[in-house]
Design a protein around this ligand. Structure first.
Ligand SMILES: Nc1ncnc2c1ncn2[C@@H]1O[C@H](COP(=O)(O)OP(=O)(O)O)[C@@H](O)[C@H]1O
Ligand SMILES: [Mg+2]
Length: 239
């Protein structure tokens, strides 16, 4: 079942076409990798589907409903959640409060409900000592906190923008297993932006490749990683 779909999605910034005519579908229960060199338009694409910015052209559909110009907070309420490439804990709030704001803002839950839900989510994510100041958390704990905050909103679609960045290999393994578990239990549709190809191989069912804003390849990682245009895009990006 298709949860999210874009058709000819385009976003220009002055002369630059950051996302160029991208048509894609995200299915319930799948973990989709979104890969491509730096500046390819991956974050802009997530900003467009989550409503942080509006498209120049094209359409976005969620559960068959046109949400192309819907404000971000309404999309969050409908069930589209995301994390940010740059972590941003709210520093005057502790760990559990940072998770609670997910349900308070998006769902309008009471404080009591929000706390109960946040406790359950933290347990599920393997987070303990929930009254800790965010300054005391490891990067892995902060990443988990941000995913828990996104889940507090009870999403059907979740985008993770470079959530593994900054983690060592044990922490990466932990987070891969955690993301797989939370996605499977909720039959979530997940889109992950990730640079480490080992993570993409382990975590995703399918990938799309962006280069200069265009979708240049799509398919299982094993197949896409052999595509000459994809290899060229990465080598070109590194040169
Ligand atoms: N708000 C903005 N204003 C102008 N240019 C932007 C803006 N956001 C992104 N860009 C440009 O769009 C392109 C794609 O950026 P981005 O989506 O962040 O790429 P990625 O996440 O794939 O590294 C880059 O050239 C970037 O500089
Ligand atoms: Mg990015």
């Amino acid at each position: 079942m298709t949860k999210l779909e874009t058709a000819n999605l385009t976003r220009r910034f002055m002369g630059l076409v950051a996302v160029n005519n991208v048509s894609f579908k995200l299915e319930q229960g799948e973990i989709l990798g979104i890969i491509g060199p730096n500046g390819a338009g991956k974050t802009t694409f997530i900003n467009l589907v989550s409503g942080i910015i509006m498209p120049s052209e094209g359409t976005i559909t969620f559960n068959g409903r046109d949400i192309t110009y819907m404000p971000a907070h309404e999309r969050a309420r409908l069930g589209i959640a995301r994390t940010y490439q740059l972590i941003h804990p709210l520093e005057n709030l502790n760990l559990i409060e940072n998770v609670m704001i997910g349900s308070i803002f998006a769902k309008g839950s009471s404080l009591k409900e929000a706390r109960r839900k946040a406790e359950r989510l933290c347990e599920e994510m393997g987070l303990t000592n929930l009254e800790r100041d965010t300054a005391k958390l490891t990067i892995l704990e902060i990443k988990k906190m941000e995913i828990a905050r996104a889940l507090a909103n009870e999403p059907e679609v979740l985008f993770l923008d470079e959530v593994m960045a900054g983690l060592n290999s044990d922490e990466t393994k932990d987070l891969i297993a955690t993301v797989k578990k939370i996605a499977a239990e909720r039959k979530l549709a997940v889109g992950v932006v990730e640079h480490v190809m080992g993570v993409i191989r382990e975590l995703t069912n399918r990938v799309i490749v962006l280069e200069s804003g265009e979708l240049i390849a799509e398919g299982p990682y094993e197949e896409v990683s052999k595509n000459p245009r994809v290899i060229e895009a990465y080598l070109g990006g590194a040169a």
